[in-house]
Design a protein around this ligand. Structure first.
Ligand code: HEC
Length: 121
């Protein structure tokens, strides 16, 4: 039986406002914005285009530190869906699956934060 993978060739531009609501599912462990701190998970300012395991002062698992993943739409979607499949041994627990639209919106929201927590561009 063939499995059809929806590759999502063109990623529709997400809606940051809707993405903010999706981020509510991450917020118990992750912060963004000018006052973002590392909580259970590292802060996610400027995460789009960032290399995994590189936030100063956050004690990553060796798994994520050594993974050298560049975080973008596809790698974040894959990681959130199945953290262990992307970085075996990571301490990030699986979160309830996000719909493709949720991922687009979430990425659009995260992309509004520069590395220093201010507005990107
Ligand atoms: C219950 C806590 C928890 C929740 C909820 C959670 N995460 Fe995480 N996340 C973590 C932890 C802990 C790590 C660090 C894992 C490690 O060091 O292996 C992490 C790491 C990450 C990283 C890697 C960051 C880096 O600097 O390399 C990304 C990206 C990420 N999470 C995205 C998300 C997104 C998006 C959501 C919401 C859909 C989410 N997480 C929800 C705990 C959580």
């Amino acid at each position: 039986m063939a499995t059809v993978l929806s590759a999502g060739a063109a990623h529709a531009d997400g809606d940051p406002a809707a993405g903010k609501r999706v981020f509510a599912r991450c917020q118990s462990c992750h912060q963004v914005g000018e006052k973002a701190r590392n909580l259970v998970g590292p802060e996610l300012n400027g995460v789009i285009g960032r290399t995994s395991g590189t936030v100063a002062g956050y004690a990553y698992s060796p798994a994520l530190k050594d993974a050298a993943i560049t975080w973008d739409h596809d790698t974040i979607a894959a990681f959130v869906a199945k953290p262990q499949a992307v970085a075996k041994g990571t301490q990030m627990p699986p979160v309830p699956p996000l719909k493709p639209d949720d991922v687009d919106n979430l990425i659009a929201y995260l992309a509004t934060f520069a590395a220093d927590g201010g507005a990107a561009q």
